[in-house]
Design a protein around this ligand. Structure first.
Ligand code: ADP
Length: 422
């Protein structure tokens, strides 16, 4: 083939020029000349076989020869080197061959070089993607490790705090008894009350820490029991309305459609979740504000919404607040009580609430236009909770079988009486 002959003719000149121009340092010239020689032979083979991919193994070797740290830098791409090789080829062709031959050879070489560039671009992109995936996988693994050590720390700290806390509580109550015997109702009792409040708060924090580590380790086991959702909400209301009154807030907890029917949940855990949400609503709403809990029955689910007229939550914090120890910027950094305006806390309430809802097979999210202490746009926490008419697990199902049947009979006669009256 004429092109192969023409290219063969100019090889020695091309090799000398390319080695001279591309490998400036004397030390590397020899090994580089060897690589250029391989390139040239494969270029000849590509022309001869009309297969530009003949160069592929060598190009792959060149692309992979770059150190990992260089892969992300554009100037270490093979493109400048290949452009130089192409332009040296054109120069030498023009110098060594007559114009017609030169034009012919350049014409033949053009598609080969286009394929070479295309192949290298694909290889470099693949390498680049592989390098990035490796880095993001490493980052994910170290984040996982960090989270694991955070969670281990919480578990150990909670465990270690429990013993001295029990000691303080025990000694404080002994001290109260002794001092009462000696002094009657002396002024010391207010100091002991202070110790009592402090240890109570500390115990709540320790309990939260234990709950968070249970959730982190997938060990939050639910104790499913028959529950009438509206009754549960009434209990929460009775327990928390005094806190709202202290802040001159209006707390309205409406009954949910279908909430008078029996369903299976863990009542203690669900109570804890509602309490966390309503306490937060109280805490992050100015005095005189309004907190409401309302819900509706959807096919297979209850949707319950805890809304407030408080400071609201910036959109960028909507997911973050469900992570442990997170808080939005407008909240004070120290824990200053459960209901004080913007009192802050350890940042465990929402992760626990989320863990409880998710353990029930539900989901929780927040809607809020933003955080503004002056205009108080408010927040709405939405919960979707599956309605279970049977407890999970055979043993529980057997245990509650009579109750479930009784409930079905009552439900049927209730709907019949409704039909009659209608
Ligand atoms: P804590 O209240 O102990 O800081 P939480 O996990 O209960 O922790 O809440 C995390 C953060 O979410 C809070 O610090 C607060 O910034 C924000 N937040 C939670 N509920 C509300 C609410 N109803 N209104 C405004 N911000 C809220």
């Amino acid at each position: 083939m004429i092109a192969v002959e023409l290219l063969g003719k100019i090889k020695s000149k091309w090799l000398a020029r390319a080695s001279q121009e591309l490998a400036q340092a004397e030390g590397v010239r020899q090994s580089f000349s060897f690589e250029l020689d391989r390139f040239y032979d494969l270029l000849l083979e590509a022309l001869d076989s009309d297969n530009p991919l003949a160069l592929a193994p060598l190009l792959t070797e060149w692309v992979n020869a770059r150190p990992e740290s260089d892969i992300r830098q554009k100037d270490t791409s093979l493109f400048p080197l290949l452009s130089k090789i192409q332009s040296i080829t054109h120069q030498v062709t023009r110098e060594e061959l007559n114009p017609e031959q030169a034009l012919d050879l350049i014409d033949y070489l053009l598609p080969v070089f286009v394929s070479v560039f295309q192949f290298v671009a694909d290889c470099e992109a693949d390498l680049f993607i592989a390098q990035y995936s490796k880095e993001s996988e490493n980052a994910r693994l170290s984040l996982e490790k960090l989270d694991k050590s955070k969670s281990d720390f919480i578990a150990v700290a909670a465990h270690e705090l429990k013993t001295p806390l029990t000691l303080i509580e025990g000694y404080a109550s002994m001290l109260r008894e002794v001092l009462q015997k000696v002094n009657g109702d002396g002024h010391f009792s207010q100091y002991l009350d202070g110790i009592g409040q402090g240890t109570h708060r500390l115990r709540e924090i320790v309990k939260d820490m234990i709950d968070v580590s249970l959730i982190d380790n997938n060990m939050l086991f639910l104790n499913y029991q028959p529950v009438w959702m509206n009754r549960l909400l009434r209990i929460v209301e009775a327990d928390i309305s005094s806190s709202a009154e202290l802040r001159q807030q209006t707390l309205k907890i409406a009954s949910i459609d279908g909430g008078d029917e029996m369903s299976f949940v863990d009542p203690e855990r669900l109570y804890q979740a509602f309490r966390n949400l309503i306490s937060n609503a109280i805490k992050y709403t100015p005095d005189g504000g309004m907190i409401s809990v309302a819900g509706r029955q959807l096919p297979g689910f209850f949707e319950i919404i805890v809304a407030d007229t408080g400071i609201g939550i910036a959109p960028e914090d909507h997911e973050r607040i469900f992570e442990k120890f997170s808080r939005s910027a407008n909240v004070s950094l120290h824990s200053s009580g459960k209901i004080k305006f913007k009192g802050g806390g350890p940042g465990l309430g929402l992760p626990i609430t989320k863990g409880i809802i998710e353990a029930h097979g539900g989901t929780i999210w927040v809607n809020s236009p933003g955080c503004d202490e002056v205009s108080c746009p408010g927040s709405e926490f939405h919960i979707l909770l599956p309605i279970r008419k049977q407890p999970p697990g055979e043993n529980f199902a057997k245990l509650y079988e009579p109750l479930i049947q009784l409930n079905q009979i009552r439900g049927e006669s209730y709907s019949r009486s409704m039909e009659k009256s209608a």
